[in-house]
Ligand binder design. Structure first.
Ligand code: PBG
Ligand code: ZN
Length: 324
C-alpha cells in the first residue's frame, strides 16, 4: 500500500519509461587487434570471440560492425618486428598507420581511435623507453609518444588514446598536436589506469607481457582512491578531452567519484580479464551469459560512464538489435 515503486513496476512500458539507465549501441567503442598478412583471423585462446586480424579481415569486420550500428573502434597493432623503442609505431607505414589510412578510406564514417603506447611494439614489452637500470624513462618516452601521435594524426585518426600513463603525456601531446595543426583532434586519456591482473589475456593477444619487471612504476596501486581521482584531475588540467578508468568492474566506486569530481566525459575500459571471466562462465553454462553481460554494461553506465570500451560491444549490439 505504501510502496509507490511497486505500482510503477507492473506495466512493462511504464517500467521502461522510468528506467534510469539505458544501454545503447552508441555507448560503445570496440577494440580490434591488427596484424600483418592476408586472410588471417586467429582467435585468442584466452578470449574466445576476440581475434587478431590482418587488415583485409579488419575491413570486413568494419562492414559488419557498421551494419550493427557500431561505428566506433579502437585499434591495437601487433607489428612483425618489435625492438627496444617500438620503431614500427613511429613509421608512416607501420601496422597502425596503415590500418587507420585503409579503414578511413573505405569507411569514412567509422570513428577510429588509436591506442597510443609502446608495449605492443617493444621487444621488452614495457610502455616506453627503458633505462640501463631497467626502469621506464618518462621524458624520453614523452618525446617518442609525440612522434607516434603525429604518425596517427597524419594517417587520419579521429581520436588518440594515450595508455602508457607517463607523467605529462597529455600536455605534451596537446601541444604537439596543436603545433602541427591538429587542434581539433581529441585526446581520450587512460587517466586512471591501475596496475592490474585483469590485463592478462590482453597481453596474450598483443604479445606484450613485459619480459622483466612489471608496470607498477607507471600504473596505479589498486588500493589508492585519492591518487586515482588526482590522476584523472591532473589529466583534465593538462587538456584531456575524455577521462578513463581501467579496469572497471573492481573500480566502479572510482568511476563514480571521478565523474562527480569533473565535468569531462568519462570512459571505462572493460578489460580482457573481465571479458574472459564472463565468457568462460557463460561457455560452461554457469551463468545466463547475455543477461549477465547486459547487467554488467548497465552497472558501468549507472556508475557514470559515458563511453564503454568493451570486447562485448559487438555481442551487445546484436542483443540490442534482437530486442527491437
Ligand atoms: C597498452 C594497453 C593495455 C590495455 C589497453 N592498452 C595493456 C596493459 O596495460 O598491459 C589493456 C586492455 C585489456 O586488458 O583489455 N598499454
Ligand atoms: Zn602500454
Amino acid at each position: 500500500m505504501f510502496d509507490r515503486f511497486r505500482r510503477t513496476r507492473i506495466n512493462p512500458t511504464l517500467r521502461n519509461l522510468l528506467r534510469e539507465t539505458k544501454v545503447s549501441v552508441d555507448d560503445f567503442i570496440y577494440p580490434l587487434f591488427v596484424r600483418s598478412g592476408e586472410g588471417i583471423k586467429t582467435e585468442v585462446a584466452s578470449m574466445p570471440g576476440v581475434y587478431q586480424m590482418s587488415l583485409d579481415e579488419v575491413l570486413k569486420e568494419c562492414s559488419e560492425l557498421s551494419k550493427l550500428g557500431l561505428n566506433s573502434i579502437i585499434l591495437f597493432g601487433i607489428p612483425d618486428v618489435k625492438d627496444s623503442i617500438g620503431s614500427d609505431s613511429l613509421c608512416e607505414h607501420g601496422i597502425i598507420a596503415n590500418a587507420v589510412r585503409e579503414i578511413k578510406k573505405e569507411y569514412p564514417d567509422m570513428f577510429v581511435v588509436t591506442d597510443l603506447c609502446f608495449c605492443e611494439y617493444t621487444d621488452h614489452g614495457h610502455c616506453g623507453i627503458i633505462d640501463e637500470n631497467e626502469t621506464v624513462n618518462n621524458d624520453a618516452t614523452l618525446e617518442i609518444s609525440a612522434q607516434q601521435a603525429i604518425i596517427h594524426a597524419k594517417a587520419g585518426v579521429d581520436m588518440i588514446a594515450p595508455s602508457g600513463m607517463m607523467d605529462g603525456i597529455i600536455v605534451t601531446l596537446r601541444e604537439t598536436l596543436d603545433g602541427a595543426g591538429y587542434e581539433n583532434l581529441p585526446i581520450m586519456s587512460y587517466s586512471t589506469k591501475f596496475a592490474s591482473g585483469y590485463y592478462g589475456p590482453f597481453r596474450d593477444v598483443a604479445e606484450s607481457t613485459p619480459s622483466f619487471g612489471d608496470r607498477s612504476s607507471y600504473q596505479m596501486d589498486p588500493a589508492n582512491r585519492r591518487e586515482a581521482i588526482a590522476e584523472s584531475i591532473s589529466d583534465e588540467l593538462q587538456g584531456a578531452d575524455i577521462l578513463m578508468v581501467k579496469p572497471v568492474l573492481a573500480y566502479l566506486d572510482i568511476v563514480r567519484e571521478i565523474k562527480d569530481a569533473t565535468s569531462l566525459p568519462m570512459a571505462v575500459y572493460n578489460v580482457s580479464g573481465e571479458y574472459a571471466m564472463l565468457k568462460m562462465a557463460g561457455m560452461n553454462d554457469l551463468i545466463d551469459y547475455d543477461r549477465v553481460v547486459m547487467e554488467t554494461m548497465i552497472s558501468f553506465k549507472r556508475a557514470g560512464a559515458d563511453i564503454i570500451i568493451s570486447y562485448h560491444a559487438k555481442e551487445v549490439a546484436l542483443m540490442l538489435k534482437d530486442q527491437k
